[in-house]
Design a protein around this ligand. Structure first.
Ligand code: ATP
Ligand code: MG
Length: 434
């Protein structure tokens, strides 16, 4: 086993070593043990110990520690440098009764056996001694890790009732690790899915983000549906779910995305829904109100404004590159010069592939972007409104129309000088307004 070259991990070993040298028990705990046993690099390391919070602080010194969660027995120990990061050292504890389905009312300091019982799933409930290289497993975590099973520790209903976020965590772990959701655990989630709303929108959003950026995002969404969480979190998707062809394509789109940003994955998930809403509205304003409906979902789930805007831009322009090879350069450049052009191309690629069509538009746009310099894609405008005024044109609603037409001619390569631009502007201004 390679122990060097990972500063975070080295620091996590050093923290354990220092607590042990001071006479305490100290172990890696939870997710980092799971990841370590799977041969994955943990996102962060947590240490559990029998040292009380104040004892942890005296072992590492006040300057190197933060008492962020002292009431819960959690002390943050700061690493020697940025690469080493920081480690949460938590005193073995059992959680008291849960007040609101989210937080325990009180905690009591205890032993590793009891500490394991408060954790959510067996694969997340193990300890590891990095110095002796020994696993301490009081919950059958190793067996479930080997079999690929997500199983609640203890009575599933009771554990989900304590903290409803665990329902979504169960789905996320099952999907991202490609594990099976244990039958009893799945049943508990299904029975309690309606109660997911006691969890804050921010925490639900965070789980959704993590599921949707992961390469198994289609599995995560399927699992959400099969345990009845999907209609709770995203009821707007249900009309699409109910038409098998459309739903099949949504899942295929999600599967085909490659390392998408969250807004792109979100847009891919919602595209068919947007289409359905738009069709059901009908009329001129159908697209606008459909887009507003999609944005409202993002706000309900407390996504960031940027995430909501980016997804809305992608959906608004979802047809802007259709029949790309038949479009003028001006039409293409106006879209492809936008910051999310690459994501939009990905969206139309997976849409075509999922429908069994050749991704010709995406290929064409990719080539166009590769072969067009930034200078040609989005050149400095040749003239502006001031120039029109100086040339004696009266400011008014037609200015935009004139400037747009001049810009199109520039992007199409028909003009490339100030004089030519002004000449065209004059000609357009004499023409009857559209
Ligand atoms: P990841 O960091 O990859 O999401 P993780 O398992 O490390 O996975 P964390 O949220 O970092 O998840 O939590 C660390 C550990 O704390 C978990 O492995 C689990 O033992 C415990 N834990 C976290 N959240 C809960 C919860 N809601 N209920 C019970 N135990 C939890
Ligand atoms: Mg973690």
């Amino acid at each position: 086993m390679n122990t060097s070259s990972d500063p975070q991990r080295e620091f996590a070993e050093a923290v354990v070593a220092q607590l042990k040298a001071a006479g305490f028990t100290a172990l890696w705990a939870g997710g980092c043990v799971r990841d370590h046993l799977l041969g994955k690099t943990p996102k962060d390391f947590d240490v559990a110990t029998n040292a009380r919070p104040e004892q942890v602080r005296s072992v590492f010194g006040n300057r190197r520690t933060l008492a962020v969660g002292e009431a819960f027995g959690v002390i943050v120990v700061l690493g020697p440098n940025k690469a080493a990061g920081q480690i949460e050292v938590a005193t073995f504890r059992s959680d008291g009764a849960y007040i609101d389905g989210r937080r325990p009312e009180s905690v009591a300091f205890s032993t590793p056996e009891i500490d394991a019982q408060r954790r959510d799933f067996t694969i997340n409930g193990m300890f590891y001694d990095p110095l002796e290289r020994r696993v301490l497993d009081y919950v059958g975590g190793e067996k479930d890790l080997a079999a690929g099973v997500i199983r609640a520790i203890g009575v599933p209903q009771a554990r989900m009732a304590e903290d409803k976020l665990r329902m979504l965590r169960a789905v996320r772990f099952a999907a991202t690790f490609d594990f099976k959701l244990d039958d009893d655990t799945a049943r508990a989630v299904r029975e309690m899915a309606e109660q997911i709303h006691v969890v804050s929108a921010e925490r639900i959003a965070q789980e959704l983000r993590r599921m949707l950026v992961h390469s198994h995002r289609h599995r995560a969404i399927e699992l959400c549906l099969s345990v009845a969480l999907l209609p709770q979190i995203l009821p707007e998707l249900m009309p699409v779910v109910e038409s098998p062809d459309a739903w099949h394509q949504v899942l295929a789109k999600l599967r085909l995305l490659q390392a998408p940003t969250f807004p792109l994955a979100w847009a891919a998930l919602l595209e068919c829904t947007m289409e359905k809403i738009s069709q059901s509205h009908g009329g001129d304003r159908a697209e606008v109100s459909a887009l507003q409906a999609i944005e409202a979902i993002g706000r309900r789930l407390k996504f960031s404004n940027k995430e909501i805007e980016d997804a809305a831009w992608l959906l608004k322009h979802r047809r802007a590159l259709d029949n790309a090879s038949g479009k003028t350069h001006a039409q293409l450049k106006r879209v492809l010069a936008e910051p999310l052009a690459q994501e939009l191309i990905s969206l139309i690629r997976v849409r075509d592939l999922a429908a069994g069509r050749s991704p010709a538009d995406a290929l064409f746009c990719d080539d166009f972007l590769t072969s067009t310099s930034m200078e040609l894609l989005n050149p400095q405008p040749l003239i502006n409104g001031n120039d029109l005024q100086k040339a004696g044109l009266k400011p008014g609603p037609r200015f935009k129309e004139i400037l747009d037409e001049v810009r199109d001619a520039q992007l199409n390569g028909e003009i490339d000088s100030f004089v030519a631009a002004l000449e065209l502007a004059q000609r357009v201004s004499f023409r009857e307004p559209h």
